[in-house]
Ligand binder design. Structure first.
Ligand SMILES: *Cc1c(COP(=O)(O)O)cnc(C)c1O
Length: 387
């Protein structure tokens, strides 16, 4: 008999370099493997399990909806989808929401929306979208085209036209790239996959004033930074930025697949019936769970996220083997003396699941991780760093 690890190796596509651990269950920031070994989770399944594993409130909300109806298609109205859209608009000041099933789909919607807005306002012409070098916007052909990292482009062309890249924090380069042919500038306020680097305020201000001058849209890809991760509901709030379009996904569903494209007042009527769609988008069970997540991301929780982040960063900066710390809120990049991947593997052996991003370690713990769990995980990290 094959173990499930062996079956996975035999039958699941070879697209992932998995860590050598077979997870079976969890409770908040604790996870357990097939042998009953306990781990402290500093990754949340890549910023997805907002309140950790098997969160009671979220689970009950999903189960209650599963007992009513699990799916209807978008031909009909359902309450959880409407309620979630209302909540997201109230949290963000945006006007309308389109639901898909992933970050890439949220970004696909944003790209279509920006293109149509440009076309509507420029006699059917096409406009280009500027994104940043080292960005990450998804794995579909178009969101890969928008992603400013060559490593992802090898072998998969031809790509979707109409994207141009400028280096992050380079106002001059941005100003020479944008013009009246620009439909949108699309940014991550903190580049996640690119190495947990927050944009500089001056660069965000530069984009804002260029947008006012040329009339292009600003798209904030908050797939990873959204839903309380950085200590604000959306990271744009840290920068005083009101994007025309916000995309989000990862933490929104608390563990189930969902993506959302939030539309501001300029674009709320741009897409009409038939312009875009998704069979699974706005699924009632997923949305019911998401409602239970979004409702709990209030001022009190956001303050806790900020405090935990400060606490963690202070501790990290005192550690031997830590060169620098980056990021916002509980989205933390750690530059280490030793190679990050080796450290992550060593942490795993000692019972801590931690991620990497480029050459850094990356922490994205559940927002409700306890100080006790943080202390324990950081102690293990310190051991590993100095071993
Ligand atoms: C993860 C991520 C995506 C892609 O999300 P998927 O759900 O994997 O499609 C897009 N943008 C950012 C900023 C992300 O972090």
């Amino acid at each position: 008999m094959l173990s499930f690890k062996e079956k996975d190796k035999q039958y699941v596509a070879n697209t992932y370099g998995r860590f050598d651990v077979e997870l079976v269950k969890g409770n908040g920031a604790y996870l357990y493997d097939i042998n009953g070994k306990e781990y402290i989770d500093l990754g949340s399944g890549i910023a997805v399990n907002t309140f950790g594993a098997a969160d009671e409130e979220w689970k009950n909300a999903v189960i209650a909806q599963l007992g009513l109806i699990q799916h209807t298609s978008n031909l009909y109205y359902t309450e959880p989808c409407a309620k979630l859209a209302e909540l997201l608009c109230k949290k963000s000041g945006m006007k309308k929401v389109f639901f898909g099933n992933s970050g890439a789909e949220a970004n696909e919607c944003a790209i279509k929306l920006a293109r149509k807005y440009y076309s509507d306002n420029h006699e059917g012409n096409t406009g280009k979208i500027i994104t940043l070098v080292n960005s990450f916007h998804g794995r579909t052909v178009t969101t890969l085209s928008a992603t400013g990292q060559d490593v992802f482009h090898k072998d998969f062309g031809p790509f979707t036209d109409g994207f141009e890249f400028v280096p992050a924090n380079d106002c001059e380069a941005l100003l020479s790239a944008v013009g009246d042919d620009t439909a949108a500038v699309m940014i991550e306020l903190v580049q996640g996959e690119g190495g947990v680097n927050a944009l500089e305020q001056a660069f965000v201000d530069c984009i804002k004033s260029a947008a006012e001058k040329h009339g292009f849209l600003i798209i904030a890809d908050e797939v990873q930074t959204g839903n309380g991760r950085t200590g604000k509901y959306f990271a744009s709030e840290h920068f005083g930025l009101k994007p025309d379009i916000i995309t989000t996904a990862k933490g929104l569903g608390g563990g189930l697949p969902i993506g959302a494209c939030l539309m501001g007042e300029k674009v709320e009527f741009t897409l009409g019936a038939g312009d875009h769609g998704s069979t699974f988008g706005g699924n009632p069970a997923v949305c019911a769970g998401a409602v239970s997540i979004v409702e709990r991301i209030d001022e009190k929780l956001l303050k806790e996220v900020t405090e935990k982040a400060e606490y963690t960063k202070t501790k990290l900066l005192k550690m031997d083997g830590v060169k620098s710390v980056s990021g916002l809120g509980l989205m933390i990049g750690i530059e280490t003396a030793k190679p990050a991947k080796e450290l992550a593997v060593a942490c795993l052996e000692k019972g801590v699941l931690i991620l990497t991003a480029k050459t850094k370690l990356r922490m994205l713990p559940p927002l409700n991780i306890t100080y006790e769990q943080l202390d324990k995980a950081l102690e293990i990290l310190q051991e590993v760093l100095t071993k």
